[in-house]
Design a protein around this ligand. Sequence first.
Ligand code: PLP
Length: 387
Amino acid sequence: MAKIYMDNSATTKPDPEVVSAMLPYFNEYFGNASSLHSFGQEAAGALNRSRQQVADLLGAQPDEIIFTSGGTESDNLALKGIAYLKKNAGKHIITSVVEHPAILNTCKNLQDNGFKVTYLPVDDQGLIDPNDVEDAIIDDTILISIMHANNEIGTIQPIEDISRLAHEKGVLVHTDAVQSIGKIPVNVDDLGVDMLSLSAHKIHGPKGVGALYVRKGTRLESLIHGGGHERGKRSGTENIPGIVGLAKAAELAGQRLEKDAGHLANLRDAAITKILGSISESYLNGHPTQRLPNNVHLRFSYVEGESLLMMLNMKGVAVSTGSACSSKSLEPSHVLATLGIPPEQIHGSLRITLGRENTMDEVDYVVENLVEIVTKLRAMSPITPKN
Ligand SMILES: *Cc1c(COP(=O)(O)O)cnc(C)c1O
């Protein structure tokens, strides 16, 4: 049977080059990067080279990179790190309603600890209006955190404009770029951000490793205390195999950006056109153009996304209904709900996120099966209008 993976916003398949780059650091080069002997030096060398590679991808300096356990920790470090340091200067943070739970739940935790958070709305295509950001800034504002691209609907936010407006008022800007890296250009100076989160497993690297970019001169409190690793910002013996894997994934993401983005956009546009053209009452969720090149997010009247997912799975196709985090609950997605989509259509939504290994033949196979499945489910459903 076919085995087609199209859930690349949940995680990606590690690139074979990433796996081979990591292996020696489980075997002969197992040293602790803090040790002074040759084993330690080999590990420290790999750590330095990796830091340079990740910095190069972002147009940053190596000493602006803090390695973490992934996107979630990077988001926590950015928000809490600034909040704890600046709590006497101000207690107000601005974010948006469509952020990843790593941001939203960190903000809730900060609210429980006396901080105030403004959650900016989005329009019906998922876009934030930079003027809303500007209007929300008060004297007490210490940080603005807006994601670069959304993990559910793929909408790309105008981070450049948001950074400019924030900096005019002296407020720091963080962006969660976990989904945008490797799919659209991500350069910290072009975006104008002070901090940026990334995660290896969303760019064909290993799980459990990521980084936070922190612009030189930006201070933050550390969350994990110990032996003073990562310049005192994140203690704990470095995960050298994981960091080497992240660095290789970052290098490939940079080298392949144009090729991958072009390939993904071709597949995305074909999938959207074919599905909307062959299934009645199907609609695109999110923005038609300000959209990640690998994101296909659709809704279908009179069917359940969960049924679609299960029946596609039986055909060997892996997709998602909402975000990976909410797919085990029946709560409607907080992102889709905020776009003004009626609840019954939210439950009829499907997220197909393409990866660099996918082919046009696979897209055709998925479309063909999806058309059959929707037709079958609608025929069985009591709520389908009969004509
Ligand atoms: C996956 C994801 C995260 C979490 O990253 P992990 O490495 O899985 O902790 C954070 N933000 C966004 C937008 C994501 O897609």
